[in-house]
Design a protein around this ligand. Sequence first.
Ligand code: COA
Length: 429
Amino acid sequence: MTDSLTVRDNRTGSEYDLPITNGAIKGADLGKIKTSEDEPGLAVYDPGFVNTASCRSAVTFIDGEKGILEYRGYPIEQLAEKSNFLEVAYLLIHGDLPTKEQYDTWQHEITYHTFVHENVKSFMEGFRYDAHPMGMLMASVGALSTFYPDAGQIQDPKNRHMQIIRMIAKMPTLGAWSFRHAQGKPFIYPDNDLSYTANFLSMLFKMSERRYDADPRLVKALDILFILHADHEQNCSTNAVRSVGSSQVDPYSAVSAGVGALYGPLHGGANEAVLRMLRRIGSVENIPDFIKGVKDGNERLMGFGHRVYKNHDPRATIIKKACDDVFEVTGVNPLLAIAKELEKIALEDDYFISRKLYPNVDFYSGLIYEAFQFPPEMFTVLFAIGRTPGWLAQWDELVQDKEQRIARPKQVYTGQRQLTFVPASERWA
Ligand SMILES: CC(C)(COP(=O)(O)OP(=O)(O)OC[C@H]1O[C@@H](n2cnc3c(N)ncnc32)[C@H](O)[C@@H]1OP(=O)(O)O)[C@@H](O)C(=O)NCCC(=O)NCCS
């Protein structure tokens, strides 16, 4: 078997042999296919990059048909059950699991960079009283670039490491303060005696008590949710981080672009839509009518289906288990019964089976977040905190990848050409 593709251009009769490496041909090789020397070569028209690989990456593996998700080769199920978010962050960034010593150093570094400059605090206080926390997070993480002007030295590995530590450490502080601002509550400083996730909960919910100790079962559940969201290869926000990062800007600016991408309803907003849908259904008796509406094409079963996963979303199975742990502490969300019955009915129905529609990560995550008493606007902030190590691992890989260049896609031009400009004074005369 030869690892190449033979293409015959029927416009000219010429044949081309294009090498295939790792299941891909190079876009630039297609550019050699032309009708004449002075014409641009053949391009691929691929809106949404549906079948275009933008990079080689060794961070995350997904097999959508089989429902497999692995970070640096480790199955998500094992990481969610046996690891913790900080260790998973180390794994994503460094490519390997840490030794005891490496983990202790990593934990120490992240813990001691949780504070932000006091001016960040006053800057955040300046937002309107009802500012969306995602907008505040996006602006404040971008603003950190002005506090660390050396972050632009992205070719220096030590410098990159410093910014990676800072960003993973400070995202919970910025996220929690964005939440407190809308509530008119004072910002809570980090408590470095607490774990990463317990400290985040403290900054969110602490009031006058000397120390806020969240229920360990809630800390564990939120930690698992962070792990599940830590990376998902070339999704929209990661692509935004890579695309902006390819200009060699500092990582704060690149990550703030990722937060912006995640802000959009098509990326981070589906779990909120699931809650709205469950509320609208209202009770288990109304499910058959709702399913009929979906099958008639009048609406979608939110939290079902995925562009990549066509068997099951491995994250959904883990989240469903975490739901039970959270509800043991907070009391059961009455919407859970509707969700479980809806899932049961849908998974037995040929409409959903034949279209390979299964619950995705968002089907249950909104229910958990609501049990924590997060308003829907906070759901994507939680997603962003979890995704930060993934964005940074991908950015770090990009910066070191000799094949990468500034992201600059081609276009297929469909507009007019060579018009003659008539000045306004003549056009309007
Ligand atoms: C995630 C999603 C956008 C993927 O879309 P996609 O890969 O482009 O799949 P398509 O929209 O082409 O759907 C294929 C078929 O399944 C149907 N379908 C897809 N998702 C459906 C859903 N949630 N409910 C009902 N039908 C659905 C489509 O109508 C289509 O049916 P058809 O072949 O009869 O036209 C889509 O499944 C969806 O909208 N899900 C609900 C929103 C959601 O949960 N998003 C979070 C993703 S993590």
